[in-house]
Design a binder for this molecule. Structure first.
Ligand code: PEP
Ligand code: CO
Length: 452
């Protein structure tokens, strides 16, 4: 294979990148970024690789979730804290049911760039560049907002740094202590059936901790009870940004992407000869690859050869996003091809992106039932092929939004408009996320008992 440089992607066809009007100010922003400290450090990335290697061996489970796109306007602690606490809750539900460690990865602290199906958007007879995420331009439909602005690269860095700082505090500073499990439920969820079910679970956990303490187990000396490992991820779409944050580890003499722990390739940017694959093959981070229903076994194997020639445990997460009606057909051939090639990547299910529909009143939405159905289909396909269903990937928030239909709250077309806040894809709210975790916990428990 050709030698790799952080910039070698520039010789390849690059889809989904913005057309900046002023090359000089883009270059200046890139230089500024390159001089700033890395957000993530190699040791943390290696640790995530070890955790994902355990998932690949069937000894742990991956839970990845967060916004479709983060926004610069969401300032303050509330959005981050609420999403963090729901991921903790979901992880506890899954850990408890399946008696299996859960690796927690947020779509957070850097998820600012969006692929779009069209370069332009037309409204009221006016055509403007599409919104490509806050790292590129503004979502407002005006010529000024839609102009790609390189200064946004630096804002994305600052926003990511602030979010990461808060996440590290939440993960390490006492909030995530298992003794605090009762505090994780948001007020709007507390009185719901899921909230009550979670409180029962929290009671059982608290009793178990008290029991262990009474038996002489010293909780004060068990760091696992007082803090969690929480990792960040985003789609490595904006390659100017990713390149500027790529760092050489002096000790290992290897390159690391410094913008997040895990970086993924989107369904639209995984072309074997494309710029995004070229960039990701050279960094040591775990790499996710979204796979839609048109992915062919040969393409997947080729991608694996390029991204993971040495078959290193914990390097690859294949994220299937087939759609609830296609998963049973489309997934098994991929599982077979990868298995027969002797590979055991982490297989993760994104039940969101193949299930997006438009409501009767024009909202982009997703149905709770179809999300659940795709998850079940994913588990069934793995049971059929004797492979391990290693994880789940959700677009979700801890906030009380009304963006996906269904769930116990029964969000409907009529209520979607009440609190629809996403500038991009619809997210599960805190209550729907927890409800889904309870429903999936039983499936996971059964899957982990099945012989492989
Ligand atoms: C996403 O995860 O937000 C996304 C755009 O996904 P995909 O590449 O699978 O369409
Ligand atoms: Co999305």
């Amino acid at each position: 294979m050709d030698p790799w440089q952080p910039s070698s992607w520039r010789d390849r066809p690059a889809l989904q990148l913005p057309a900046y009007p002023d090359a000089q100010s883009l270059a200046a922003a890139e230089r500024r970024l390159a001089a700033l400290p890395s957000l993530i450090f190699p040791g943390e990335i290696s640790q995530l690789r070890q955790r994902l290697a355990a998932v690949g061996r069937g000894e742990a489970f991956l839970l990845q979730g967060g916004d479709c796109a983060e926004s610069f306007d969401e300032l303050g602690e509330q959005p981050v804290e609420s999403t963090f606490r729901v991921i903790l809750q979901m992880a506890v539900v899954l850990t408890y049911a399946a008696a299996c460690p859960v690796v927690k990865v947020g779509r957070i602290a850097g998820q600012f760039a969006k692929p779009r199906s069209s370069d332009t958007e037309t409204a009221g007879g006016i055509t403007l560049p599409s919104y490509r995420g806050d790292i590129v331009n503004g979502s407002e439909f005006s010529a000024a907002a839609r102009q790609p602005d390189p200064a946004r690269l630096l804002t994305a860095y600052s926003h990511s740094a602030a979010t990461l700082n808060l996440l590290r505090a939440l993960a390490q500073g006492g909030f995530a202590d298992l003794h605090e499990v009762h505090r994780w439920t948001a007020d709007f969820v507390r009185s719901s059936p899921q909230g009550e079910r979670f409180e029962e679970l929290a009671d059982r956990i608290t009793q178990s901790l008290a029991f262990m303490q009474a038996c002489g187990f010293d909780a004060a000396r068990a760091p696992q009870l007082h803090a969690v490992e929480f990792y960040t991820s985003h789609e490595a779409l904006h390659l100017h940004y990713e390149q500027a944050l790529t760092r050489l580890d002096a000790r290992e003499q290897r390159w690391y992407g410094g913008s997040a722990h895990l970086l993924w390739l989107g369904e639209r940017t995984r072309a074997v000869e494309g710029a995004h694959v070229e960039y990701l093959r050279g960094v040591r981070n775990p790499v996710g690859v979204k796979l839609g229903p048109t992915a062919r076994p040969d393409d997947v194997l080729r991608l694996l050869e390029i991204l993971d020639p040495l078959q290193e445990p914990g390097r690859i997460v294949l994220i299937a996003r087939m759609g609830s009606d296609k998963v049973a057909q489309a997934l098994p051939p991929l599982l077979r091809a990868v298995r027969d090639a002797g590979r055991a990547p982490v297989w993760c299910c994104d039940p969101m992106h193949g299930n997006t529909v438009t409501s009767s009143n024009g909202y982009k939405t997703r149905d709770f039932e179809r999300i659940l159905q795709e998850v079940r289909g994913f588990f069934a396909a793995h049971a059929q092929e004797g492979t391990y269903p290693g994880g789940l990937h959700f677009e979700m928030t801890g906030q009380d939004v009304t963006e996906c239909r269904g769930g116990a709250q029964a969000v409907s077309d009529a209520t979607l408009g009440e609190r629809y806040r996403s500038a991009c894809d619809p997210r599960l709210n805190g209550s729907q996320s927890l409800e889904l975790a309870f429903l999936i916990a039983d499936v996971l428990k059964a899957a982990r008992r099945a012989p492989r």
